[in-house]
Design a protein around this ligand. Structure first.
Ligand code: SDX
Length: 453
């Protein structure tokens, strides 16, 4: 696609509202996206816009990631995702997203050295793990541990302190994720080794045990590298918007990222990769009756959704899903894994994409549809899939937190609303309150309570 700014038809929009006609400035981005700037709307008209899930609302201008949902384009700082997935290392992509360019050879070595040297976590953090039940979902553990890093590294004022915390976060998150996994299976924590690469260290901490030597599987290493790159950023998605919103109050990096981890956990977002495998297992156990589940999706009486399908932005295909579908074939063959769930996923995609319901709504497989099959083949358990998504998304969250922090004129995020509740009414004394709680009181708690006043 030719680059450069296509001059929009006009650089302003006219709004006629009641007896007022106002002109609103139009912002045109480097890929010719246009945004009508409504920052003066309320002061000029008294009205606000209403866009509950922000589907038509731009929250910011950003130079980090570009998505064209119609063309299936995804670029990090101008580089196509296909090129990055084929050629880059995940640490290189972290550097690219956070600092805005690919590292020189010297910077690449220095960045990796810094990431290696900060992989250890404070020994006291093991006590935090002891306080959690082994049944804790690894996402709650990861979110809690990342937030607690601000207790160990409270200095985050100067650019140098912030940069050091960025390195600490990228380096320690994979250690904490592996510790969460080991905690969940009752195995001892394995410590990072300074002679390993970023991904190899994660493999070692996840899959090795003290009682036997561990050899890094290079097929898994390459596949993990690709998976992390594909998840590294995706502009203003739910969890990144959460990170930017929390960061806009001045909250520190670790707390902001921890909130992003929590947002990602939802099954409509990053939690979908776990939900996809659970859905495929359900279909497998139900005689691979694809049409039944496609029909359930279409029925107004069922709230069943095909997890891993659909996207707010992609309306043709998710380029990441295409890359992952291809990678799944290659990796499973290399590992000698024959997972029936991959065949079920492919067949389900065929059946769904031939169905008018999906065609009309432009529902295609998204990044979460095939990723779980790959994680399974590598021996990563289902409840760790969204943790893998979070580890991949870390550089994107960090880049957006930093971009917002450094953007001139940044203000705290504070949307408005349209109130639809009761209008003003008078106080009612206790003995005059005729209405009870619908369905009556819950008598389980009806014990003699002292009155408050
Ligand atoms: C991610 O935003 C990002 O960039 C996210 C992400 C990232 O990298 O950060 O790409 C990662 O979160 C991917 C999405 C993972 N989630 C899922 O796979 C869960 C299943 N998908 C859906 O819940 C849904 O498609 C969403 C949440 C992804 C998008 O929701 P939207 O944009 O609000 O769309 P919608 O729910 O309004 O759906 C529009 C129509 C509806 O039908 P009608 O009411 O018009 O009749 O499409 C239907 C929906 O019922 N629909 C689905 C469907 N997804 C949408 N029907 C069946 N199965 C589905 N999966």
């Amino acid at each position: 696609m030719a680059r450069g700014i296509l001059h929009s038809m006009s650089n302003s929009a006219k709004l006629i509202f009641d007896d007022k006609e106002i002109e609103l400035p139009v912002t045109v981005g480097s890929e010719a996206e246009t945004g009508i700037d409504i920052s003066k709307l309320r002061s000029q008209t008294g009205a606000i816009t209403l866009d509950p899930s922000f589907a038509n609302t731009g929250a910011c201008e950003s130079a980090i990631t570009y998505i064209d949902g119609e063309q299936g384009i995804l670029r990090y700082r101008g580089y196509d995702i296909e090129e990055l997935a084929a050629n880059a290392s995940f640490p290189e992509v972290c550097f690219l997203l956070i600092y805005g360019r690919l590292p020189t050879a010297e910077e690449r070595v220095d960045f990796r050295r810094r990431l290696t040297r900060h992989s250890l976590v404070h020994e006291d953090m093991k006590l935090l793990f002891e306080g959690l039940p082994s049944t804790a979902h690894p996402m709650v553990t990861l979110s809690a541990m990342i937030a607690s890093l601000s207790a160990y590294y409270p200095d985050d004022e100067t650019p140098e302190e912030i940069d050091q915390n960025i390195i600490r976060l990228l380096a320690k998150a994979k250690t904490l994720a592996a510790f969460a996994y080991k905690k969940s299976i009752g195995q001892p924590f394995m410590y990072p080794q300074n002679d390993r690469t970023y991904i190899e260290n994660f493999q070692l901490m996840m899959f090795s045990v003290p009682c036997e030597p561990y050899e890094v599987n290079q097929v898994v290493r390459r596949a993990l590298n690709k998976l992390m790159i594909l998840h590294a950023d995706h502009e203003q998605n739910c969890s990144t918007t959460t990170v930017r919103t929390v960061g806009s109050s001045g909250a520190n990096l670790f707390s902001s990222i921890s909130s992003g981890i929590s947002a990602l956990w939802g099954p409509l977002h990053g939690g979908a990769n776990q939900a996809v495998i659970e859905m495929l297992e359900m279909i497998q156990n139900d005689g691979a009756n694809y049409q039944k589940y496609v029909d359930m999706t279409k029925s107004k009486d069922s709230d069943f959704k095909l997890m891993g399908f659909g996207h707010r932005v992609y309306k043709n295909f998710d380029p990441r899903a295409r890359i992952l579908k291809e990678a799944a074939d290659e990796v499973l063959e290399s590992l000698g894994v024959d997972d029936p769930l991959l065949d079920i996923a492919k067949r389900l995609e065929e059946v769904a994409l031939a169905d008018p319901y999906f065609i009309e709504r432009k529902l295609y497989p998204n990044v979460d549809f095939y990723s779980g099959v790959l994680y399974r083949a590598m021996g990563i358990p289902t409840n760790m899939f969204t943790v893998m998504f979070a580890l991949g998304r870390l550089p994107g969250w960090i880049a957006h937190w930093l971009e917002q922090r450094d953007a001139p004129g940044t203000r705290i995020s504070r949307p408005r609303q349209i109130y639809t509740g009761e209008t003003v009414r008078d106080w009612v004394p206790l003995d005059k309150r005729a209405e009870g709680i619908p369905g009556g009181l819950n008598h389980e708690y009806q014990m003699g309570l002292p009155d408050d006043n």
